[in-house]
Ligand binder design. Structure first.
Ligand code: 4GS
Length: 257
C-alpha cells in the first residue's frame, strides 16, 4: 500500500515511520509512505503557505495554491487513491473506516495547520474528511500518523499471526478481555484461577464473559452493534436489573461505575 502525506512538517513523521512495526513494514516493502513537503510548492517569493482569513478573525488559513500543486505532483506520480483531510469536522474514525481505507491501493493524507485549509481545497480536492475525535490538535500530522498506523495493521504480513488474530475480538464489537502474565501474584493481586486451570473451554467462556461485562460497564454504546447470542443478551439483561431496582439518588454524586 502507498500512502502519500502532504504536510508542512515532514520531519515529524521520521521516528514513527522508522521504528517498530511500521519501520519493519516499510523495510519489507509492504508499506510505502512518502511525506511530501507542501512549502516548496508555494509560488510566493518567501514560500509562504498561509494567509489572513477573508472576513477577519484570529489565526491563519493554509492557502490553496501550494496544496493544489503538491497534490497534482503526487497524482502525476501515480498515487490515485482518495485524498483524506484530517480535521475535527470530519467523520469520526472507526475501525470500519480503517478497514475500508485499507482496501484502497493508495491514499493521500492532507495535514492541516493553524485554522485549517481554504475551503476550496476541501471542495475541489478532498474525497473524505476524517476526524480522530472531538478534540483539537496543533496540526493534522499526529492524526495522519494514527490513521497510517491503524491502516497498516490490515496490510497482509505487517502483523505477526498472533497479533492479527486479536483483531477478531474488536471486529465482533466488544472490548477485549483482561490479560495477565507472570508473576501469578503482583502486589497481592492474583491472576484469576481459571487462567491457570488448563481448561481451554472454560478459559474461552470466562474471557467472553469478561468481554461482555467490561463492554457493558465501560462502553454500553458498543453493545447495540455487537454480535451477541440470544443467551448473551439475556445474561446482560439480567446484569442490568439491579440498576432499575435501585434508582440513583439525585442528591448524591454519581458512584464510580
Ligand atoms: C484533528 C482531529 C485536529 C484542528 C489541526 C485545528 C490544526 C487540528 N485532526 N482529528 N487546526 N481532531 N486538527 O484537531 O483530525
Amino acid at each position: 500500500m502507498k500512502i502519500a502525506i502532504l504536510t508542512l512538517f515532514p520531519q515529524m513523521f521520521e521516528s514513527v515511520f522508522t521504528a517498530s512495526i511500521l519501520g519493519r513494514a516499510r523495510a519489507q516493502g509492504l508499506l510505502d509512505v512518502e511525506t511530501v513537503d507542501i512549502r516548496p510548492f508555494s509560488d510566493k517569493k518567501h514560500k509562504n503557505t498561509d494567509d489572513y482569513p477573508f472576513g477577519g478573525g484570529a489565526g491563519m488559513v493554509m492557502t490553496a495554491q501550494p496544496i493544489g500543486d503538491a497534490l497534482r505532483h503526487v497524482r502525476s506520480r501515480g498515487v490515485a487513491g482518495p485524498c483524506v483531510y484530517l480535521s475535527p469536522k470530519g467523520r469520526p474514525l472507526t475501525q470500519d473506516i480503517v478497514r475500508e481505507l485499507a482496501g484502497e491501493e493508495s491514499l493521500v493524507l492532507l495535514c492541516g495547520h493553524y485554522e485549517g485549509v481554504d475551503q476550496r481545497v476541501i471542495d475541489l480536492m478532498v474525497d473524505r474528511e476524517i476526524s480522530l475525535g472531538d478534540f483539537v490538535l496543533t496540526g493534522g500530522e499526529l492524526a495522519a500518523m494514527v490513521l497510517t498506523d491503524a491502516v497498516a495493521r490490515y496490510i497482509p504480513g505487517v502483523l505477526g499471526s498472533g497479533e492479527s488474530a486479536q483483531e477478531e475480538s474488536f471486529s465482533e464489537g466488544l472490548l477485549e478481555y483482561p490479560h495477565y502474565t507472570r508473576p501469578r501474584v503482583y502486589e497481592g493481586l492474583e491472576v484469576p484461577d481459571v487462567l491457570l486451570s488448563g481448561d481451554h473451554a472454560k478459559i474461552s467462556a470466562w474471557r467472553r464473559e469478561q468481554s461482555l461485562l467490561m463492554t457493558a460497564r465501560l462502553r454500553p454504546d458498543l453493545l447495540h452493534n455487537a454480535e451477541l447470542t440470544e443467551k448473551e443478551r439475556r445474561f446482560l439483561g439480567e446484569m442490568e436489573q439491579p440498576r432499575h431496582a435501585e434508582p440513583a439518588d439525585p442528591e448524591q454524586p454519581p458512584a464510580c461505575e
